[in-house]
Design a protein around this ligand. Structure first.
Ligand code: SF4
Ligand code: SF4
Length: 316
């Protein structure tokens, strides 16, 4: 009987893992369809418009992208003095219906971080107080961005001279505010630029001091992702900041069965495996989102030996 139950749990674990990895690989290849063209002898130019514009943090400068992420469009629209009602509504509705499945199953930057975390090293956790303080970084980033971009949009309609001056002072930030905090931007645009123009021809002076700082910070973020899974998602990603404010209200949620869950003292495996360091067992049985931090990767559900984690939609 016990071995039958273990077998069932193993099948469920593998089904979730295989489905998630398959979707992540397909999404990565579609978003970065040039990789598909390199692997296969095909020309996907006709599909450019369909596969390139997915809601990731791409900036318009990304050579692999025709457009940018939805958040970049939202801020760009604000900077142009047009309040992005439609885009915000789309984003909120998608988050309410799908929680953060996008982050856990589709986002190519999430997949890159999962790849980093798959490097066999001892995984580490921050002290809870440190973790909680670090979580605020992404909210500070988004608040500062709003504080700069929102008035820019207002001045466009109110005082064009002031607007032009303000825009000139904040430079490229006005055109791609999210791109400045996008790991996607750095991996696909900045790093290739640095390797091609600075490191390979050994012209280290071709990058200014600020450029080197940014380069080192992002290399550090990638290295930290090897030891602290989803480091960038947890602490820096602007999309995570916006979505975590909404997903507590999502119809799609994870819950814990109070009859099956045996708690931390006897088990606690869900918390051990959670790549976002969420204290699942301190949240109500009804639903848990780790204050919107959960990215619905389902690793806790995969590994729970008592099948106590349930996916809920609405009150079902
Ligand atoms: S892994 Fe499952 S049974 Fe164990 S503590 Fe977590 S929810 Fe409860
Ligand atoms: S709580 Fe579960 S689904 Fe959410 S991030 Fe952690 S392991 Fe993934």
């Amino acid at each position: 009987m016990i071995s039958l139950r273990l077998k069932r749990l193993k099948i469920r674990e593998n089904a979730i893992k295989i489905s998630r990895r398959t979707i992540q690989i397909i999404a990565f290849l579609l978003v970065n369809y040039i990789i598909l063209e390199i692997i296969l002898p095909i020309n996907l130019i006709g599909f450019e418009g369909i596969v390139k514009v997915l809601p990731i943090l791409n900036s318009p400068r990304n050579p692999l992208s025709d457009g940018s992420g939805i958040l970049e469009y939202i801020f760009f629209s604000m900077a142009e003095g047009v309040f992005p009602f439609f885009l915000l509504a789309v984003l909120i509705i998608v988050l309410l219906l799908t929680n953060r499945i996008f982050c856990g199953w589709i986002c190519p930057i999430g997949s890159i971080q999962d790849l980093c975390a798959a490097i066999p090293t001892k995984k580490r956790k921050f002290k809870i107080s440190t973790h909680k303080s670090l979580l605020n970084i992404k909210y500070v980033i988004i608040i500062i961005t709003i504080i700069i971009i929102f008035p820019l949009g207002i001045t466009k309609n109110a005082n064009i001279l002031f607007y032009n001056d303000f825009k000139a002072q904040i430079g490229a930030f006005a055109n791609q505010p999210i791109g400045f905090f996008s790991l996607s931007e750095y991996i696909f645009v900045f790093f290739p630029y640095v390797f091609e123009n600075v490191i390979i021809p050994v012209q280290l002076g071709a990058l200014d001091f600020g450029g080197w700082i940014i380069f080192i910070v992002y290399i550090l973020i990638i290295i930290l992702s090897v030891f602290y899974p989803r480091f960038y998602c947890r602490y820096i990603c602007p999309f995570a900041a916006v979505s975590s404010a909404v997903t507590d209200f999502s119809f799609l949620k994870l819950a814990r069965n109070p009859v099956r869950c045996v708690g931390r003292s006897e088990c606690g495996i869900c918390e051990e495996v959670c790549p976002k360091q969420i204290r699942i067992l301190e949240e109500p049985f009804d639903f848990f989102t780790g204050r919107g931090e959960c990215n619905f990767c389902l690793e806790c559900k995969e590994k729970c030996p008592y099948d106590a984690i349930i996916i809920k939609f609405g009150n079902v």
